[in-house]
Design a protein around this ligand. Structure first.
Ligand code: UD1
Ligand code: UDP
Length: 364
């Protein structure tokens, strides 16, 4: 059985790692790893292959950055050639990025079955590029592996055959649980001169927050208030850095007291940083899930989440980008308020094992 797995962006590498490891345990599976090249900086790509010991991709499509449409088109053009040559039985895609949808549609058009890991999530906000990718990928997939109950419900409501839906848990959490112990050896706290439980972590990259000057200025003015009370560590995503430079806003955070700006961090350093923080302020998808498992409060600067279980059962608070609301929530977290949560069903380190067993049993 030949399986091609496709990755392109930072969160994809984290999700594919346990799947590759699990497939390697089965001698009847021959795997090929394709990197689309959507993310290419060492800090956004190579660091994760190193930290997570992911084998080097067999093929790199090298598509690089472009508008969503051009990037999707470039992946389709180059990936089709790979599929025509390799003729796999299955293409596995993870998450909701352009690489996910582009690889899925190419496979489907070549008559190859598609497995979507992390299916069914919905923010119900079609202005998000990821929501478009999620819906389209789910509707052409043959295996839909879901992470939470809301995903099962969304897929059924959209008319997807329930026999294709498999509730397996969360591969990103498989990776977290596997590396948590190892991340304790990271030197990131001493390197950044941080004391445990005495700083906040910030990540930002959603286009709605960082592509527009006014939205970015609003967030900077919020940081300006929060940093009066707690240190903020901000590993800056390349999209955000590009916009901070374009709008000449970088000067408001660089070399400022209580804001520590860094490049994007490797997986183990970032996991160590999150685990020991007072709270995390973010607009990331995956970080909402990881903080729930770590028991660290997560203040999510978005109006919606496609991962509702993190707010219902976990430690996630959706605060939109309302300045007063964010500052109030952060202040209460600084003054010791904690958020008690529980770990969602099946987020126990065995999702990849379930995925691979289901594929082996059902792919024919
Ligand atoms: C993409 C995904 C998003 C995911 C995020 C994870 C889509 C539509 N978006 O967003 O869902 O949450 O990855 O981090 O697929 N850049 C670099 N170096 C890199 C990569 C990007 O400098 O290695 C810069 C380029 O200027 C590029 C910009 O970042 O134009 C945005 O990159 P892109 O991959 O298009 O989208 P992300 O914002 O990274
Ligand atoms: N992450 C990391 N270093 C960083 C920021 C994030 O290793 O500097 C990890 C984080 O722990 C999570 C993943 O990257 O596993 C989330 O990726 P991102 O926020 O870019 O994408 P999203 O989940 O929003 O699609």
């Amino acid at each position: 059985m030949k399986i091609v797995s496709v990755v392109g962006t930072r969160p994809n590498f984290i999700k594919i790692a346990p799947l590759i490891e699990e497939m390697n345990k089965h001698s009847e599976i021959r795997q090929l790893l394709v990197h689309t090249g959507q993310h290419y900086d060492a800090t956004m790509s190579k660091f994760f292959f190193d930290d997570l010991e992911i084998p080097k991709p067999d093929i790199n499509l090298g598509v690089g950055s472009a508008s969503d449409a051009i990037q999707t088109a470039k992946i389709i053009l180059t990936f089709e050639k790979v599929l025509l040559k390799e003729k796999p039985h299955l293409v596995t895609v993870v998450g909701d990025v352009n690489s996910t949808f582009a690889a899925a549609i190419t496979a489907k058009k070549c008559g190859i079955k598609v497995a979507h890991v992390e299916a069914g999530l919905r923010s119900f906000d079609m202005t998000m590029p990821e929501e478009i990718n999620r819906i389209l990928t789910d509707h052409i997939s043959d295996f839909l592996f879901t992470t939470e109950e809301s995903g099962n419900k969304n897929l059924i409501r959209e008319g997807i055959d329930k026999n294709k839906i498999f509730f397996v848990g969360n591969v990103m959490i498989d990776t977290l649980l596997k590396h948590k112990e190892k991340s304790k050896k990271s030197k990131i706290l001493s390197k950044l001169k941080l004391d445990k439980n005495n700083y906040a972590v910030l990540t930002l990259h959603r286009p709605s927050n960082v592509d527009d000057k006014k939205s970015l200025e609003n967030i900077l003015s919020i940081l300006n208030e929060i940093k009066k009370e707690i240190k903020i560590v901000f590993p800056i995503h390349p999209r955000t850095l590009k916009n901070l430079m374009k709008y000449r806003l970088l000067k408001y955070i660089k070399n400022k007291k209580n804001i520590i700006v860094t490049e994007p961090l490797g997986y183990l350093d970032f996991l160590c940083l999150m685990s020991n923080s007072k709270f995390v302020l973010t607009d990331s998808g995956g970080i909402q899930e990881e903080t729930t498992v770590l028991g660290v409060p997560c203040v999510t600067m978005r109006n919606t989440t496609e991962r509702p279980v993190t707010a219902k059962e976990g430690t996630n608070v959706l605060v939109s980008t309302d300045k007063v609301k964010i500052i109030n929530v952060c202040k209460s977290l600084i003054k010791e308020a904690s958020i008690k949560g529980r770990i969602p069903k099946f987020w126990n380190g065995h999702a990849a094992e379930r995925v691979v067993n289901i594929i082996l049993k059902n792919l024919n």
